[in-house]
Design a protein around this ligand. Sequence first.
Ligand code: GLC
Length: 575
Amino acid sequence: MSEHDPSEAPWWTRAVVYQIWPRSFSDSDGDGIGDLRGVVDRLDHLELLGVDVLWLSPIYRSPQDDAGYDISDYRSVDPVFGTLEDLDALLAAAHARGMRVVMDLVVNHTSDEHAWFEASRSSRDAPQRDWYWWRPPREGHVGGEPGAEPTNWGSAFSGSAWAWDEASGEYYLHLFSRKQPDLNWENPEVRAAVHEMMRWWLDRGVDGFRMDVINLISKTLPLEDAPVPDGATLGDAFGAVASGPRIHEFLAEMTREVFGGRDGAFLTVGEMPGVTTADAVLFTDPARREVDMVFQFEHVDLDHGPGGKWDPVPLPPTALRDSLSRWQLALADRGWNSLYWDNHDQPRAVSRFGDDGEHRVVSAKALATLLHLHRGTPYVYQGEELGMTNAPLADASELRDIESLNHLREQVAAGRDEAEVLASMRPTARDNARTPVQWDDGPYAGFTTGVPWTDVNPNAATINAAAATADPDSVLHHYRRLVALRHDDPVVALGDFALVPSDDRVYAFTRALDDVELLVVVNLSGADVAAPETSSGWTGAELVLGVRPDGAVPVPGERLAPWESQVWRRTRPRP
Ligand code: GLC
């Protein structure tokens, strides 16, 4: 299979994926929480945008400790989102419009209320005991007392990664909240049960999976203390649990067991914090049949300071360019990139990488052009196509996310001032991405007829889908053009990438396929800057897309206005 030959390239090289985080997408029944019928109600919007695939964040039955990423039954729909019949109706309606549907697959852990975990915790001799990671207290310590945890690991959502189970007298591992116990993938019964569940969903008509923190499923044995970072009290388990010794084997086995012998156009994407380019090539090499693409984290971690995401630092001007172009080149011959600016775990793209004030529209378009003209499969997170911005988070009462709430509580307990902690959380809190989608300028932005579970951004009066649909110059219509361009022009999907030297504030590159060449130039700043030297050689080229704050038509080689973006196309002589 050649990924450079349009006739042989997999279908997802030309596809754009749209992520739906159902709780905040659209509410059909007035309970204030988005649901599956709400998604069906909004398919016109998605069809207008032209996206090929919908990725549904978890809708399974769940205590909702981590907004559905804690699943208590993989084969049912949580009543807040509807019923299995509603899901079938969504699959049918999406398929009728030519859109595929990919489910979130959360199998590094289950909820502690899942029947598997309940059986596992029931006693030390339970047949399913070994489905999770149980360990006795540290030698010489009494279980439940501080310091008795089997290893020094911290969990992602604060505190130890081990929870004490008084009844059975052992600890269980949870890399996320204590209501998210980690499954033991070393146990073949666990793997078989997951494979069977996945096949059940494919039989029901779903078109693939987005695999949650899938590179954490193979842990390095034995589980041991990890280095404690400066300023921290707990060990950083990451090195011991990310891309462990059997990860490639587990993914290849999953592909074989789940997709083997099936005809159809499926998509798999593995969410992989910390994945390197070298590993990503292996994970996505088509010959290895592991996953089609991975979500890497490098570009969304660039503004993390020494204290991580709650300690943000300004982004150096060339950081994005250096990182994204490195990924383009590393996966040029083997493997495939996924392309994203944001999702339900990240702040809004325009607030983080653009300018959500004066230049909101033009910078949102610049970011969109940049991402969608790369080689890879682009992902659009709900509301990104409207240029939705971060939430105000003016008061701690606006926070809903377990990660935010735990962090705030921990810091305040340690003596820090609440207002100061909140201020430090504002740029990166996951709550930013989780405000309701702004559909119109009516009550609660048309998201619900009831009272929404979390505040609607006050800028909904001006930033909303109805206004964007009516305005041909909106961010929405720009996204629509970008999606169409990928469908129509093979060079956008498959062309080779090359970086073009430019001012530090500019990201410029070419894409080339056979005799067609594109030049992409994006000013990633609010300043007026020189165009790359190369640009002047493109006089006479066709302007595919050009966006300037003053609405004027760009000219190759002329100085770039704030957040200006250009895409040029020309025929080049065959080598
Ligand atoms: C992934 C999800 C995130 C969740 C975590 C634990 O990173 O995207 O929302 O909290 O995994 O499941």
